[in-house]
Ligand binder design. Structure first.
Ligand SMILES: NC(=O)c1ccc[n+]([C@@H]2O[C@H](COP(=O)([O-])OP(=O)(O)OC[C@H]3O[C@@H](n4cnc5c(N)ncnc54)[C@H](OP(=O)(O)O)[C@@H]3O)[C@@H](O)[C@H]2O)c1
Length: 258
C-alpha cells in the first residue's frame, strides 16, 4: 500500500495481531510511527525493523499509561496524523463467573482508554483541519453475544461512538472510522480463554488474516468511510443482522456461543 496519506501514526496494541500487521504496512510505506503496548521486547523487535519508530511501553488499563499516551498524541513537536485505537481484549464465559478485576480492565481498555485517546486526538486534529482516527471495533458489536457479553457491549459502544464522531467532524478535514473485523487469526482467542472446542467450531472460511484486516482498515480510514467491515462474508452477515429481529439475533447468538 504505497498510496497511504498518513504523515505519522500512533498504534495502540502494536505488539501482536492486527496492530502488528498495521506496523508492517505503515513501516514499509516509510511512515513514522509510535508503537504502544505492554510487551517492551515485542515492540523493540518491531521498532528495529523500520526507521523513525518510537516505542511507548504502557498499560492502557492504568491512568498513568493512558496519560502518557495522551501526552504523546497531543504533542505539537511531532504531530500524530493517524491514531489507531486497536488495543483490546475479550473474555469468554458466563458473566457472573468472570473475575471482577478482569471485567473492569476489559471496559477500561476497550471503552475508557479508547474514548480518552479519541478525545485527545480530535482535540488537536480538528483545529489542525486534518487527521485520521481508526477505532478497532468488531462485528461482535452488531448483536448481543451471550458468554462474551462484556466484549460485545464494549464493541457496540466503539461502533456507535465512532459513527457519531464520524458525523460530528464531517467537513473538518478529519476522518473517523470504526473497523469491525470478524474472526481474525491473532492471539485474541487465547487471551479470551477460548477452549479448543470454540476454536474448532468456527469453519476455516470464517477466519480472516490479520494482514487483510489491517490493510482494509487503513484503506477505509484513508477514504473517509464511517465503517470498515473486511471480507464479503462479514459484510453480508452485518447486512443480514440489520434485517433480523433482535429476539432472533439474540437466540441465534446464544446458540452459536454454546
Ligand atoms: N482477532 C479477532 O478475531 C478480532 C475480531 C474483531 C475485533 N478484534 C479486535 O482487534 C483488536 C486487536 O486484537 P487482535 O485480534 O490483534 O488481538 P491480539 O493479538 O491479542 O492483540 C491485542 C493487542 O492489544 C494489546 N493490549 C492488550 N492489553 C493491553 C493493555 N492493557 N495496554 C496496552 N495494550 C494492550 C496487546 O499488547 P500487550 O499484550 O503487549 O500489551 C496486543 O498488542 C482488539 O481491539 C480486538 O477486540 C479482534
Amino acid at each position: 500500500m504505497s498510496d497511504l496519506p498518513f504523515t505519522s501514526a500512533l498504534i495502540t496494541g502494536a505488539s501482536s495481531g492486527i496492530g502488528e500487521a498495521m506496523v508492517h504496512i505503515l513501516g514499509k510505506a516509510g511512515i513514522p510511527q509510535v508503537l504502544v503496548a505492554r510487551r517492551a521486547d515485542r515492540l523493540a523487535t518491531l521498532a528495529a525493523q523500520y526507521p523513525d519508530v518510537e516505542v511507548l511501553t504502557e498499560d492502557l488499563t492504568t491512568d498513568d499509561g493512558v496519560a502518557a499516551v495522551v501526552a504523546r498524541v497531543e504533542s505539537a513537536d511531532a504531530p500524530i496524523d493517524l491514531l489507531v485505537n486497536n488495543a483490546g481484549f475479550g473474555t469468554s464465559g458466563d458473566f457472573y463467573t468472570l473475575e471482577p478485576e478482569r471485567v473492569d480492565n476489559e471496559v477500561r481498555l476497550n471503552v475508557g482508554a479508547l474514548t480518552t485517546l479519541s478525545r485527545a486526538a480530535l482535540g488537536v486534529m480538528v483545529p489542525r483541519g486534518r487527521g485520521f482516527l481508526l477505532n478497532v471495533s468488531s462485528v461482535a458489536g452488531f448483536q448481543p453475544a451471550p458468554r462474551m457479553a462484556v466484549y460485545a457491549a464494549t464493541k457496540a459502544y466503539v461502533t456507535s461512538f465512532s459513527e457519531s464522531l464520524h458525523e460530528e467532524v464531517h467537513g473538518s478535514g478529519v476522518h473517523v472510522t470504526a473497523l469491525c473485523p470478524g474472526l481474525t487469526r491473532t492471539e485474541f482467542q487465547d487471551v479470551a480463554n477460548w477452549d479448543d472446542h470454540q476454536k474448532r467450531s468456527a469453519p476455516g472460511f470464517a477466519w480472516l488474516a490479520a494482514d487483510d484486516v489491517a490493510s482494509a482498515g487503513l484503506r477505509d480510514v484513508a477514504k473517509g468511510r464511517a465503517l470498515s467491515i473486511p471480507g464479503p462474508l462479514y459484510k453480508g452477515l452485518v447486512a443480514a443482522s440489520a434485517m433480523t429481529p433482535r429476539m432472533v439475533l439474540r437466540k441465534m447468538s446464544g446458540l452459536v456461543q454454546r
